[in-house]
Design a protein around this ligand. Structure first.
Ligand code: OSB
Ligand code: MG
Length: 372
């Protein structure tokens, strides 16, 4: 496959309701839809998931765009790509910037599937057609609104609920949910809002049969997480800490966690994600599919990846309608009773709805790649 051009659609999709985490409030999702075009006109799609503010990771939508345009795409000029696996190697001279890399890499995976007449799920080694999905609930104003929300999602069939927590919004809401739903698969995500000095509180959370506590400490605090995991029964799950396979290896060596929230966009692409999945499986570490409030393209990539049998825990792959009024793809992923089907068309298996893209479009830019 020789890429002739890449089109970047800069979009901003308003969220139906603001999403609140310990980092702050998100009211819209700014992102780029990346369209890679090969010489015969076949197209592949990826989403650049970096947020507006560099709080979750260092990248922002703006910095990732610059890296993509000035440093990543030039590396593909004139290249004949035999397999999307090669992209990781081509990009290896560029440090970090995982989301910028993943946006291009995942688009090339889609393109490859379309050229080879294979679904992305089958290319990635996925075997399941229908997968259990969970929901991630932001920090709420009060316990009543929270319980109302939880009951709405439980009624919709979501098989797992993740609650965002921060100091001052942790034990009480968790206790309230637990009292009302004694057997619900429940977990908490702190997005790095606690430190060692909060050990007493975290030990209290140990009493609510949480499936896991995600990212309680700082994003490089492998040692502190290991210190914590030794003192609590509840699994510690790492999200922000994990940017590559070697980070997972470090976490295993130190005992920093028992679970990994895997977002392919946070680890530089699907190839790195596949390596992490194999390693987690071999080390008996629970691995599951995280989310970045993706629109339909990123969601389709997630579903394809999460169709692998190693994912034994419901992912953060709720319906797009939870976040957005309307989506940029034509499929609605047929959500039914907490399960979503994995698209089985070629590549990501969903078509772009360009009318919708136009609705959210800020600007479109074409970058030519054909001559060296
Ligand atoms: O920590 O997983 C996270 C959203 C924004 C920033 C960080 C996170 C999240 C989510 C959203 O939990 C999950 C989803 O896409 O539904
Ligand atoms: Mg998280």
């Amino acid at each position: 496959m020789k890429l002739s051009q890449v089109n970047l659609y800069q979009l901003a999709m308003p969220l139906v309701t603001p999403f609140v985490t310990s980092y702050g409030v998100m009211k819209e999702k700014p992102f780029y839809l990346v369209e890679v075009v090969e010489e015969n006109g076949q197209k592949g799609y990826g989403e650049l998931e970096a947020f507006a503010v560099p709080d979750y990771t260092e990248e922002t939508s703006e910095t990732a765009y610059l890296i993509l345009k000035h440093h990543l795409l030039p590396l593909l000029k004139g290249e004949d790509i035999q397999h999307p696996r090669e992209i990781k190697e081509r990009f290896s001279s560029i440090r970090g910037n995982e989301m910028a890399k993943a946006a291009v890499e995942s688009a090339v995976w889609d393109l490859y599937g379309k050229c080879k007449h294979r679904s992305l799920a089958s290319l990635l080694g996925g075997s399941r057609q229908i997968i259990d999905v969970g929901v991630s609930i932001g920090i709420q104003e009060n316990t009543d609104t929270l319980l109302e929300l939880v009951s709405k999602y439980v009624d919709a069939g979501y098989t797992r609920v993740k609650l965002k927590i921060k100091p001052g919004f942790d034990k009480e809401p968790i206790q309230a949910i637990r009292e009302k739903y004694p057997t619900l698969v429940l977990m908490a995500d702190a997005n790095s809002a606690y430190t060692r000095s909060d050990i007493k509180l975290i030990k209290e959370l140990d009493h609510y049969q949480l499936a896991m506590i995600e990212q309680p400490f700082g994003v490089r605090d492998f040692l502190d997480h290991a210190w914590l995991q030794k003192q609590v029964q509840t699994r510690i799950c790492l999200d922000e800490n994990i940017r590559s396979l070697s980070d997972v290896q470090l976490a295993v060596a130190l005992g920093s966690c028992k679970a990994v929230n895997l977002k392919f966009s946070r680890v530089g692409g699907l190839t790195e994600a596949l390596e992490i999945i194999s390693y987690c499986d071999q080390e008996d570490l629970l691995v599951w599919c995280g989310g970045m409030l993706e629109a339909g393209v990123g969601r389709a990539h997630n579903l394809a990846l999460a169709s692998r049998s190693e994912f034994r825990f419901p992912g953060d792959i709720s319906r797009t309608s939870r976040y957005f009024e309307s989506d940029i793809v034509t499929s609605d992923f047929s959500f039914k009773e907490g399960k979503m089907s994995v698209p089985n068309g070629f590549g990501i298996g969903v078509a772009i709805d360009f009318k919708q893209v136009d609705k959210f479009l800020i600007q479109k830019e074409t970058l030519l790649l054909s001559n060296k």
